[in-house]
Structures are given as structure tokens and as C-alpha cells.
Design a protein around this ligand. Structure first.
Ligand code: ATP
Ligand code: MG
Length: 237
């Protein structure tokens, strides 16, 4: 089993979009038994994957002695399961802080994903205790970076924060090659994977489905698939 955290200190940079599509790639293209764990109180990934009503609030996992496997639900995608988020995760940073057990999430992931090969964590933005727990849980940290000076600063803050603890894979997202700034950023980091800006990606919120289910041959879907293959190689290497 391998855990991949999709993380950035910045909000609105494409974490959830990456998480949902990479989870779809893992389940559909690599036939991995995949668990997407939505750790963001906004619950965007849960909504996108049509999460059903939960038997317990999502925060019960962090507060009570609940078997995390009980919160795992199937999705419409074969081999893709979900632990959904809800508003009870609003103050997850504080909940983790008060727990004062640095490997709590890691232990929960291990027991939730007993029957899974790949776990994808959709993290909320920030550098707080939730981020720390996700970093400690992950074998690889995928960081979406919009090619802009501000995102580059945020990426530097992430690498500082993670340090040598875990491998990090930066990914350029929402790339528009017509923009000089974007082209310059790509030239500065030629090895970073690239996900283009695409209306097919924006449509995910409308269709409530991973892009691979409705625009599989699109350049954006192909870019997510290439990124997933790259991640599998990193995990194997
Ligand atoms: N490659 C892309 N092309 C076009 N739009 C994109 C792309 N990636 C993300 N978006 C759009 O950008 C917005 C933010 O994306 P997303 O919700 O994935 O970010 P996030 O980092 O998870 O945000 P938050 O910090 O609020 O959780 C969404 O409207 C999404 O549709
Ligand atoms: Mg998100």
C-alpha cells in the first residue's frame, strides 16, 4: 500500500482536482484498489464523487475509537472507495493538535486501507497540524503549483516545511502556454509534470465526475494519466 498526499499551503490551486483525477487513474487505468480520503471540511472531492450519507460525522474518526473501515464507502467508479468529509472537519487542525499524537492519521490510514493498494489524501490548505499529519502519512507528497511568482513562493514554503522528511513531486497545473509567465516557469523547471488549463477540467464540478469518465481522450485527461504513470514509477523506484 502507498499513500499519496495532495497538498499545498495555498487554497484554490487545484488540489482536489488532482486528487479526484489521480484517484480515478489509479482505480481505472492501473486497476489499483484505491481509497480517496477527503480531509477538507469543504468536502469538494466527496461531493464530486457523490458521497452518500455518513453513519458518523467525519471527525468521529479522530475523536472516538471508531474503526475507520466503517467510514469507507464505494463510489460509482470501480475499485475507487471514499472516506467523505463534512463540516465536522472544520477545526481538524485543532482536533489533531489536542490529540497530540503525531502519527494518528498514519495509523488510521493503515487500518482504513487494509484492502487498498493506493490511498490518496485530499488535504485542506495550510501549514497546520492536519498538514503535518498528512505529511507523516504519505509516501509521496504531490504539490500543485500554478506557474506564478506567488505559487512559487508557496511551493518554497512547502519544501521548507516538509524538508527531507518525504519525497515531494511538484506539478504545474492550470498551465496556459500562451502566457509568457507560464512559459518561463516551465522553462525554469523542465522536469516538472504539466497539467494544462482546460475547460474540460472545469466541467468536473458540473458533471460531478472525474474527467476520465467523460473526456478520456482530451489533452487534460491524458496529462493526468501521464502524471499518474510518473507517480507509479516514483513509488516503484
Ligand atoms: N487544469 C485545470 N484547468 C481548469 N480549471 C482548473 C484546473 N485545475 C483546477 N481548476 C479549477 O480551479 C478551481 C480550484 O480547484 P480545486 O478545487 O481543485 O483547488 P483546491 O486547491 O482543492 O482548492 P481548496 O484549497 O479550496 O481546497 C476549481 O474551480 C477547478 O475547477
Ligand atoms: Mg480542495
Amino acid at each position: 500500500m502507498a499513500t499519496i498526499a495532495i497538498y499545498s499551503l495555498k487554497g484554490g490551486v487545484g488540489k482536489t482536482t488532482l486528487a479526484v483525477n489521480l484517484a480515478w487513474c489509479a482505480a481505472s487505468l492501473s486497476a489499483r484498489r484505491t481509497l480517496l480520503w477527503d480531509l477538507d471540511a469543504q468536502g469538494a472531492a466527496s461531493w464530486m464523487l457523490h458521497a452518500g450519507p455518513a453513519r458518523q460525522p467525519a471527525s468521529a474518526l479522530f475523536q472516538k475509537d471508531v474503526d475507520p473501515a466503517k467510514l469507507v464507502q464505494p463510489t460509482a467508479v470501480a475499485r475507487l472507495d471514499l472516506i467523505a468529509a463534512d463540516a465536522s472537519l472544520r477545526d481538524l487542525d485543532r482536533q489533531f493538535h489536542e490529540l497530540d499524537r503525531k502519527k494518528r492519521l498514519r495509523k488510521l490510514v493503515e487500518s482504513a486501507a487494509r484492502d487498498h493498494d493506493r490511498v490518496i489524501l485530499d488535504c485542506p490548505p495550510g501549514l497546520g497540524d492536519t498538514a503535518d499529519q498528512a505529511i507523516r502519512s504519505a509516501d509521496l507528497i504531490v504539490v500543485p503549483v500554478i506557474p506564478s511568482p506567488l505559487s512559487a513562493r508557496a511551493y518554497a514554503a512547502v519544501t521548507d516545511h516538509v524538508g527531507a522528511r518525504r519525497p515531494i513531486l511538484p506539478v504545474f497545473v492550470m498551465v496556459d502556454r500562451r502566457r509568457a509567465l507560464h512559459r518561463a516557469a516551465l522553462t525554469a523547471h523542465p522536469a516538472w509534470p504539466v497539467i494544462p488549463m482546460a475547460s474540460a477540467v472545469e466541467q468536473m464540478a458540473d458533471r460531478r465526475a472525474p474527467i476520465g469518465t467523460y473526456a478520456r481522450a482530451s489533452p487534460a485527461a491524458t496529462a493526468f494519466a501521464d502524471l499518474w504513470r510518473h507517480i507509479e514509477q516514483r513509488l516503484a523506484g
